[in-house]
Design a binder for this molecule. Structure first.
Ligand code: B12
Ligand code: SF4
Length: 546
């Protein structure tokens, strides 16, 4: 069958993984992608420029021409409505095309997704087995027995729910993600996205892990799982050769969660890959041995969620258990080992006292990170935080509906949940200080207070804050910034090429046309198998998985 995946704004690792699985099962795979410039659901939001560069209609036309059997999409709350618009148009021309939705938004509110007639299957939770089972079901004529991790409406409009099974335990059993489908659209060389593990030991009330970890019925298995070091290194070796990688971006929720794995990884990575890399950590999983190993291995940037400096609020309401001393220790160690840290700080958390911002500001004055990234609390569907906000009347019925349908969802700029304009004004002042603080000399930093910036008009604060933040990103050689800028430049170039009728320009340059190796897991080690490698083929009967 021809399975076409939809992509928007950036690579989606879930799609890369599913595409490789679907391909290995013998189906044809394809990707329709839009950069969605200036409305990338990531950072930049300039509506009039977005209208100018909008190419949703190009995608729709492309899909109508390609006429796939199946369209598959991994929905985030911010991208859900975009995908609905596409499938509505496509289905007008080809009503027989089946659509499969998965991803965190679908997993949070499957019944909302299925309320759109154009969505045929909603996958809840991990989708590797579910997508294969659905494709089989479609091939057999459709809507047979319930499918695990899947929901759909039968011919009478009745909801059929498959069992929610546990998490896949052996990540090495999956083939390497299919990166090649992104080559025409995404810059894979400058900042290569990869995951070495899945899951998080926490279930913070505002995060998707809050419900995702609890999806399975009965035995769920371990939620935090790692690929073997060899499996990760194998993928990076392949990618290094094919794209001449410049840096690697690990998107694991807490990269340091398994210390033994981490120390082994750092040693092998330094020897075999030796490229700068970025990670995300949690203060509770950070000590001197880890900091040193990361630094020796070439780690450059670390992202650490601090979110709130009110310890009680954090423990009782956010379900985050780290202590302020652990945060301070982590920041000190990062400084000692020259690991550039970018911290996440939340604004307008419901129920958090405003003096928590003052505590955070004092922390950042003393242990100044390279960047303080602010997030206005966004209520994600499926999370306890949204549930509580609804119960407390912070979110009303209409707002709940709009959130669950993914309408008007902004991650960075959401200020809707604070009804008091005076409070918004104070938060805006803190946001401005956080943005500029890392670029200020010490003597100014120490004198900065919320009231000292209150006189600056708000539009100037917004503009200046963004400019200084971007300046700091480039000055500190934050690879995310340069990659983002290059992505925009290349896509604008591509947009104009398309206007003059040329559409074959590829964004990722391929240096060595190495096919993605098949991976064998043999006696606890990963072995790579090429088609020509007959010796290894003979060993196939001894291996535990392919
Ligand atoms: C890497 C990452 C990014 C990267 C890559 C973008 C991407 N879309 O993956 C970058 C940095 C660009 C990014 C940006 C954003 N991100 Co982000 N990001 C992540 C992160 C850390 C990992 C995602 C991932 O690869 N997971 C691993 C894969 C294997 O899991 P998965 O995607 O869930 O896929 C599995 C299942 O969901 C399912 N599945 C997924 N898709 C499909 C499709 C089909 C057809 C099927 C059957 C199944 C299926 O099967 C997959 C395999 O088991 C997650 C947190 C997390 N740990 O998941 C946040 C996360 C996805 N991001 C989030 C958000 C909010 C964003 C932004 C909107 C925020 C922002 N403004 O920065 C933007 C959106 C950009 C965009 N256009 O997509 C939220 C989404 C919450 C929500 N309800 O929508 C998450 C969950 C973090 C959180 N706060 O809770 N992000
Ligand atoms: S520690 Fe981070 S990734 Fe883990 S549940 Fe909390 S916010 Fe989500």
């Amino acid at each position: 069958m021809k399975v076409l995946f939809l992509g928007i704004g950036s690579e989606q690792l879930g799609i890369s993984q599913l595409a490789s699985i679907v391909k290995e099962a013998g189906h044809e795979i394809d990707l329709a992608f839009t950069a969605s410039l200036f409305h990338d659901r990531f950072n930049l939001e300039i509506p009039w420029l977005n209208r100018f560069f909008d190419e949703t209609n190009v995608i729709i036309k492309d899909i109508i021409e390609k006429k796939p059997d199946v369209i598959a999409f991994g929905a985030l709350t911010a991208t859900f409505q975009w995908s609905i618009k596409i499938i509505k148009e496509v289905k007008k021309h080809h009503p027989h095309i089946k659509t499969i939705f998965g991803g965190v938004h679908t997993s949070a509110v499957p019944e909302v997704c299925l309320s759109y007639d154009e969505v045929d299957y909603a996958v809840v939770g991990e989708g590797e087995q579910a997508i294969l089972d659905i494709l089989e079901d479609i091939q057999a004529g459709g809507r047979g027995l319930p499918i695990n991790n899947t929901q759909y409406l039968d011919n009478n409009g009745q909801l059929v729910k498959g069992r929610q099974v546990g998490f896949h335990q052996e990540l090495d059993e999956f083939p390497y993600p299919e990166k090649t489908i992104w080559e025409p659209y995404v810059n894979l060389r400058d900042n290569y996205l990869i995951l070495a593990s899945r899951g998080c030991p926490y279930t913070c009330t505002f995060c998707f892990n809050n419900f995702f970890a609890r999806l399975p019925e009965g035995k769920r298995g371990k939620y935090v799982r790692h690929r073997s070091v060899a499996h990760v290194i194998g993928e990076l070796k392949w990618a290094k050769e094919r794209y001449k990688l410049k840096s690697v971006d690990f998107q694991d929720d807490v990269f340091t969660v398994d210390k033994q794995w981490l120390l082994e990884f750092c040693e092998v990575y330094q020897r075999e890959i030796a490229l700068p890399f970025n990670i995300l950590v949690h203060a509770k999983y950070f000590d001197e041995e880890i900091a040193k190993a990361l630094s020796d291995a070439g780690c450059k940037w670390i992202q650490m969620g601090i979110q709130s400096m009110d310890e009680d609020f954090k423990t009782n309401i956010l379900q985050r258990r780290e202590k302020s001393e652990q945060i301070i220790l982590a920041l000190e160690l990062m400084k000692k080992y020259k690991l550039k840290v970018k911290v996440d700080q939340m604004l307008a958390l419901p129920g958090e006292a405003i003096d928590a911002q003052e505590k955070a500001l004092n922390l950042y004055k003393k242990y100044t990170p390279y960047r303080i990234q602010t997030f206005w609390t966004a209520f994600l569907p499926g999370t306890e935080m949204l549930f509580e906000a609804y119960k407390d009347g912070i979110v009303n019925d209409e707002e709940l509906k709009r959130l669950n349908h993914g309408e008007d969802f902004y991650f960075f700029r959401n200020q809707d949940n604070i009804k008091n304009p005076e409070l918004v004004r104070i938060y805006v002042n803190y946001e401005f200080i956080y943005r500029i603080l890392p670029s200020m000399p010490r003597f100014i930093r120490e004198r900065m207070t919320e009231s000292s910036v209150a006189w600056i008009p708000r539009p100037i604060k917004n503009f200046l804050g963004q400019i200084i933040d971007v300046y700091a990103g480039f000055k500190d050689m934050n690879v995310e910034f340069s990659t983002y800028a290059i992505f925009y430049l290349k896509n604008i170039f591509k947009f104009y090429l398309r206007k003059i009728g040329y559409s074959n320009y590829r964004i990722a340059k391929v240096y060595a046309n190495t096919p993605i190796p098949k991976v064998l897991y043999l006696n606890g080690k990963v072995v790579q198998l090429n088609e020509s490698n007959t010796e290894r083929k003979e060993e196939k009967s001894n291996v535990s998985s392919v």
